[in-house]
Ligand binder design. Structure first.
Ligand SMILES: [Zn+2]
Length: 171
């Protein structure tokens, strides 16, 4: 039996920082910026711990797994009565991803969302915007497919090193 942990928001946040994205295991959910808030319901925590998350992509199947992983991580640390609430508004944007997260994404071989690409869902704009190859940093890349290894990513290929890579779609 796990000892009853100290219930504090900091404690919960430090546990959340260990929960990784099932699709990109190098990223934690706090890197992604999807945890919006932690609420301790009175009496302090006994009324339940609520974790507010905003899905990165609506309908992204990974989100169910993320909610499950959050619960499991908290349970493993001795917490109980955990509620995960998804809040769809305001909509998650790639701006919420931490700089650390973007760096880890690139090291993992996935092009991080391009911060200059503000109009993300505009295909014309996306096509005009050069995505940097995470392998050789070349901007000579082209999109092979709208959908990469998951619906959240597009598949690109580098014209210089010829390596295909996933681009974490701007949202
Ligand atoms: Zn390259």
């Amino acid at each position: 039996m796990v000892n009853t942990p100290t219930i504090s928001k900091d404690n919960i946040w430090s546990i959340l920082e260990t929960v990784t994205d099932p699709e990109v295991p190098v990223l934690t959910i706090t890197d992604l910026g999807i945890v919006r808030d932690v609420i301790l319901h009175p009496p302090l925590g006994d009324g339940g711990i609520e974790v507010i998350i905003t899905p990165t992509y609506t309908g992204c199947p990974a989100m169910d797994m993320i909610a499950m992983n959050i619960k499991l991580a908290l349970i493993e640390n001795g917490f109980q009565n955990i509620k995960i609430t998804s809040v769809l508004s305001p909509v998650w944007t790639t701006d919420w991803m931490s700089e650390d997260g973007k760096r880890k994404l690139k090291e993992y071989g996935i092009a991080p969302p391009n911060p200059r690409q503000q109009v993300c869902n505009n295909d014309l704009f996306a096509a005009a915007e050069a995505i940097q190859c995470p392998h050789c940093n070349s901007h000579h890349t082209h999109r092979i497919s709208e959908f990469g290894s998951t619906a959240c990513k597009s598949l690109y290929q580098c014209d210089d090193c010829k390596e295909p890579f996933d681009y974490f779609k701007c949202h």
